[in-house]
Design a protein around this ligand. Structure first.
Ligand code: SAM
Length: 315
């Protein structure tokens, strides 16, 4: 039986040699995101990115934690003149359009050293931070302790949480009121964001994720797993995605806005197709209906519309 802090087991299970994200199935093999798995969703996300890149005068787009390059492929299909670069933990996917460059990354909170000096660049990290491993803590009635896990996902309480992570909880997490409350310590994520930001000389940094703000923290934690399209108990053995919601307000962004409000602001809602189109041009009618359906899914309350966009201008 090998007991490890969740943070270590999580890192190994997603980014070790046999880690989940290094496997051929990629993220799309386990779950859908706005970028992939929802018909028309990737195109809509790409429209949002293009619009923000225009507004900020960005000449390049880096998709950090790009999966298998789905969002960048949509951007390429829009005929963008911008340089497109994907970063993820695998080699460049063979079927990417030739115009997309690719950088291989170590994974988790660690960034590739070659990613540096980005100027006039929009960097988007879409659903990266929720899979950056962090310490899982549980309050024992007196103090926060690290939660340890074995390969089967069985947990036990370990030693007292170290001072740096305890200090993060004191700043960013409401004080616990009862034994058994849990916290996901966002310190590693904040540091990873600071590192990504330091690689940019100018442009716009966008972090998109499901998450929470100080008064809305999940007092019993949000750590969970996904395998083959289903939500499962998290198992740190390379078979299951391991993810936890992100403390969005500790990332130091200039602005936080939910996806639903941002898409409305960017005027992305496709018009309702005229009913006469159904007989004059049925394929166009169906296409427009599909675009509206994608917009509905990506802006839904209680769903993808609640995703946070953390935006920071760098100049
Ligand atoms: C939840 S998936 C999201 C993929 C894609 N952005 C999307 O929204 O469909 C998380 C991705 O983050 C990648 N990832 C995690 N840490 C990374 C790192 N340090 N550098 C690059 N990619 C990373 C994983 O390999 C995985 O492809």
């Amino acid at each position: 039986m090998c007991w490890r802090p969740w943070s270590e087991a999580w890192q190994d299970s997603l980014y070790g040699d046999a880690g989940l994200y290094r496997q051929p199935a990629g993220p799309a093999g386990h779950f859908a995101t706005s970028a992939q798995g929802i018909p028309g969703g990737g195109a809509l996300l790409a429209a949002a990115v293009d619009s923000l890149a225009d507004a900020h005068g960005c000449r390049a787009v880096v998709d950090f934690a790009a999966g298998r390059g789905e969002l960048l492929t949509e951007l390429a299909h829009r005929g963008t003149a911008r340089t497109l670069i994907g970063v993820d933990v695998v080699d460049r996917p063979a079927d990417l359009p030739a115009s997309i460059d690719w950088l291989r990354s170590p994974g988790g909170a660690t960034l590739p050293s070659a990613l540096a000096g980005l100027s006039k660049t929009l960097v988007i990290a879409h659903e990266w931070l929720d899979v950056v491993p962090c310490e899982i803590a549980e309050f024992d009635g007196v103090r926060w302790r690290r939660v340890e896990v074995d390969d089967n996902g069985t947990e036990r309480l370990g030693n007292a949480l170290d001072p740096a992570n305890t200090e993060w909880l004191q700043r960013h997490w409401p004080a616990p009121s009862a034994a058994g409350e849990r916290a996901e310590v966002g310190r590693t994520r904040d540091l990873a964001v600071a590192d990504l930001r330091s690689r940019m000389a100018s442009g716009l940094l966008i972090l998109v994720d499901y998450g929470h703000l100080h008064d809305d923290r999940p007092r019993h934690g949000s750590l969970t797993g996904f395998r083959d399209g289903r939500q499962q108990a998290p198992r740190p053995d390379g078979s299951t995605d391991v993810t936890a919601h992100v403390a969005m307000d500790s990332l130091g962004a200039d602005r936080l806005v939910c996806q639903r409000d941002l898409f409305a602001e960017l005027d992305l809602e496709p018009p309702r197709p005229a009913i006469t189109l159904a007989s004059s041009d049925p394929p166009a009618y169906l296409r427009q209906l599909a675009q509206r359906s994608a917009y509905g899914q990506l802006t839904a309350r209680g769903g993808l519309g609640d995703f946070w966009w953390a935006l920071t201008t760098i100049s």
